[in-house]
Structures are given as structure tokens and as C-alpha cells.
Write a protein that binds this ligand. Structure first.
Ligand code: SF4
Length: 450
């Protein structure tokens, strides 16, 4: 809690300073000034006093101008500072998370009645004999009775699992984001929630159930697939969860690989930040299964992708999958902009191609950091010492907070250049970017997958 205390003290000091220096400001103006001064002091590791020293008697507009220049120097210089997102900062001790690298072991497991005797429920009973098991009519009914869901509950979600019997929402097309070019990804909607703790994860704002959800009736998904299937489509489980995080328990992968043997004209992708590939290696596949990892420099993994495995372990797992005849894929997503980003991402790409040959890579995606504005406040409260939010994240073309366009262009151009130095044949796409960005990068926004 030391990190929380440090940020909390900084915030209190900033609030007192703005109150005493600008007593004439109204509530909203004070709130914006506090946020800007706090963010500058945090990012530059300086005192709030030094942020506003020598400003003299300023009116609000001039103060804001000056603070914008310090908080968003790049965007300010490039006149790309349309409408910064400046909500009130709330730091809550109960919401700050202490990361403990402990094995996943839920204390409470709720099982929907139709799933009570399922083989998935039996596997959970075997793996977690000390958990308390309760039968519930349905998850929907449980959630109705347990409405007040807080960030604190989200922090505790690893203590609770729900085993469900899915009746609908088996598949969806990926909603992508407003005004962006989609990549044709389809969601095989198996599991909701994740045991990992990435600072940037959108699930921390999107989730409303205080536990991780595991459907037990995979056979029903398979029965429904015929009516959803389109030849050439790409579908996967990595949108609302990590595809392999608990595959040793769920054993989803074996059944999925087996099922997709019958659908050779469909590509199935398991997307993960784990090394949980034992079942994958045992499964017999027919070439249409892709195992993918998201990649980041180890420094970024250490600061933002808590409880996941290291870069080297991800790549070692990829090598094992290639040996087992699988295609792999890699997602540079989210790319995070930091001081040494060029050197560090170049090293990651070099390590990737030292490990895996281009012919064994089905595709690569690149997407720079972005998230819904509301996620910012959740990150702030859960990870008060984060460096992620020190970046220049401003509302972009889809209103998500993103780096300025010129920085994103620089990142994409650089990474695409390095990737094409290794191979020009790997299909590569941008994740959640608009058509003008694709054009600028000379990428043809044709649907890569149907
Ligand atoms: S691995 Fe993916 S789903 Fe899990 S916390 Fe990280 S970003 Fe979220």
C-alpha cells in the first residue's frame, strides 16, 4: 500500500495547493486544475508547488494553457490538443490492488443447476477441493440479487468462479471500435473474465460479475456453430478472456481442436499470455488452429502485465507449438510508447524471428494503447503508481483515449519497417485504426478473413 499512500498524499497536497492558490475557482475549474497539476507532478516526479511556481496571478484559461503545455508537450507543440479528458481524480484505498503471484484457487464456486453434474464442474471439484460449492438457478438470477459491484469486487474476482450452462450468445463478430477498419475476427464466446492483471485491460471497467465465468456445455457451442460458420472465417476465444489461462482445468482446447478438424476451412485462434499449452501439444490438429501470443518488451510486461508469463516463456511456448505443427500468430498489442520504445520493440521483434520462422507465423497485428475514457479512472484507482497513464492519451477518432496520431504513425511505420525487414510475406494488420491510418501505412484494408 506504499504506492497508494504516496499517490494519495500527492493528490491531497495538490488539492490543498489549488485551493489556497486559486480560491476564486469554482468546483469544476479546481477539479481540472488538480488533475493537471497532479498528473504533471506524478509523471515528472516533482512537487505540485514546482508545477505552478512562477505562474503569477493567472486566470483559469491561461493556467490551463500553461498546464497543457507541461502535461501534453508533444500534442501541444503539434497543435493536436483538442479536448483532453479531465474528470475528477478519486483514489480509493480499497480499490488499489496488491499483486500477489499466487496460484488461482477460487474460494467460492457457483454452479448453475443444469451444469451441476457437468464434467467441467467435476474437474473444478477435483482441482479445488477446498472451495465452497453452491448451486444457483442461473448466473443472471445471481447477479440480480448481487447488484452492487465495485472495483474492490473486481480485484477479488479470482476468489469466485461461475460454471454456467450457456443458452445463447455463443458467437459474435468482434465489434472493433467506431470508424475503424475491422480485421474480420469472430468471437467464440467461451469464458468471461481473466485471472491475469494487465493495467490496461478493458475488462476491469466492462465486467459486472464478481467472478470468472466458465461455460460447461461446449457441445452446445459446437451444435450451434453450423449456422454461424462462414468458409474462410477466423474465430477465437481470446476476446473476453485469455484462451489458455486455465486450460489445464477447463480442458477446452482439446475439444475445440478436435471439433475444428471437421471445419478445415475455418481458422481457430487461441490467444494467450500464458504458457499453458500442455493440452494443445497433446491434441491432434489438421493445420487450421493458430496459437497466438501478445508480445511486449519485458520491461512493459513487468510493469503492466502482472501474473502473465515472461516474453521469453511466451516465445518458448510458441516454439513448442511450431514443433507440434501449429501455426502461430503474434499481437503487438497494446504497443506502449515510452522512452526507449524503438530499441525495445526492435529487440522483441528480433527475438521473435530468432525463435519462430516467418513460414510458421499466420499473422501479426499491431495496435497502440487505447481504451474507453472510463477505464482511465479504474486504472488510476487500481494501479495508482502506474506509468501507463503518464503518456499523452487523448480522445481519438473513436473517443477512446489514444496517443496522438503522429505518434501512432511513427510507431506503426517503425514497427512495420522492422517486421518487413524480417519477412514481407506475413499478413499484418492494424488493430482498431481508421482507414486513413491503413492508407498512410500502405496497408490495403481488404478483409483478411471473412
Ligand atoms: S490477459 Fe487480456 S484479458 Fe487478461 S487481464 Fe490481460 S488484457 Fe485482460
Amino acid at each position: 500500500m506504499r504506492v497508494y499512500k504516496k499517490q494519495f498524499d500527492l493528490l491531497k497536497k495538490t488539492e490543498a495547493l489549488i485551493d489556497s492558490t486559486f480560491p476564486g475557482f469554482g468546483v469544476n475549474k479546481k477539479q481540472e486544475a488538480v488533475r493537471l497539476v497532479y498528473e504533471i507532478a506524478k509523471k515528472d516526479s516533482v512537487s505540485p508547488e514546482s508545477v505552478i511556481e512562477n505562474t503569477g496571478a493567472l486566470d483559469f484559461e491561461n493556467l490551463k494553457h500553461l498546464l497543457f503545455k507541461k502535461r501534453y508537450p508533444y500534442s501541444y507543440m503539434h497543435k493536436d490538443l483538442s479536448n483532453p479528458y479531465l474528470p475528477k481524480i478519486v483514489l480509493d484505498k480499497n480499490a488499489a490492488i496488491e499483486i500477489k503471484r499466487t496460484a488461482f484457487y477460487p474460494k467460492k464456486i457457483f454452479i448453475e443447476s443444469p451444469a451441476w453434474r457437468s464434467s467441467l464442474a467435476d474437474r473444478f471439484r477435483k482441482h479445488f477441493p477446498k472451495a465452497v460449492y453452491s448451486e444457483i438457478k442461473s448466473l443472471k438470477d445471481y447477479l440480480k440479487r448481487n447488484r452492487n459491484f465495485s472495483v474492490r469486487d473486481y480485484n477479488d474476482r479470482r476468489d469466485t468462479a461461475f460454471i454456467t450452462y450457456e443458452n445463447h450468445d455463443f458467437f459474435k463478430t468482434c465489434p472493433c471500435t467506431k470508424k475503424a477498419v475491422g480485421c474480420g475476427y469472430n468471437i467464440f464466446n467461451l469464458s468471461f473474465g481473466c485471472i491475469f492483471e494487465c493495467t490496461y485491460c478493458y475488462l476491469q471497467e466492462y465486467t459486472n460479475s464478481a467472478g470468472i465465468i466458465f461455460p460447461s456445455n461446449l457441445d452446445r457451442f459446437f451444435n450451434m456453430f453450423g449456422s454461424y460458420k462462414r468458409p474462410g472465417m477466423r474465430i477465437g476465444t481470446g476476446e473476453f478472456s485469455d484462451s489458455l489461462m486455465l486450460d489445464n482445468i477447463t480442458e477446452y482446447s482439446g475439444a475445440i481442436v478436435d471439433f475444428f478438424k471437421k471445419h478445415k476451412n475455418v481458422l481457430f485462434e487461441f490467444k494467450t499470455k500464458s504458457k499453458n499449452i500442455r493440452n494443445i501439444l497433446k491434441a491432434r490438429h489438421r493445420g487450421n488452429i493458430v496459437i497466438s501470443w501478445s508480445l511486449n518488451p519485458q520491461e512493459i510486461i513487468d510493469e503492466n502485465e502482472f501474473l502473465t508469463v515472461s516474453l521469453v516463456e511466451r516465445l518458448r511456448s510458441a516454439v513448442k507449438c511450431v514443433k507440434a505443427g501449429y501455426k502461430t500468430a503474434f499481437h503487438f498489442d497494446p504497443v506502449i510508447y515510452f522512452n526507449n520504445w524503438r530499441e525495445e520493440y526492435k529487440k522483441v521483434i528480433a527475438l521473435l524471428f530468432e525463435s519462430v520462422k516467418p513460414k510458421d507465423i499466420a499473422w501479426i497485428s499491431i495496435g497502440t494503447l487505447r481504451f474507453n475514457p472510463k477505464v482511465k479512472q479504474v486504472i488510476e484507482s487500481r494501479f495508482p503508481g502506474n506509468k501507463l497513464l503518464d503518456g499523452e492519451l487523448l480522445p481519438g477518432f473513436d473517443n477512446k483515449l489514444r496517443y496522438p496520431r503522429a505518434i501512432r504513425c511513427d510507431i506503426y511505420r517503425y514497427m512495420l519497417g522492422i517486421l518487413s525487414g524480417h519477412s514481407k510475406k506475413i499478413p499484418t494488420y492494424l488493430c482498431m485504426e481508421d482507414i486513413s491510418m491503413w492508407k498512410e501505412m500502405d496497408l490495403r484494408p481488404v478483409a483478411m478473413f471473412r
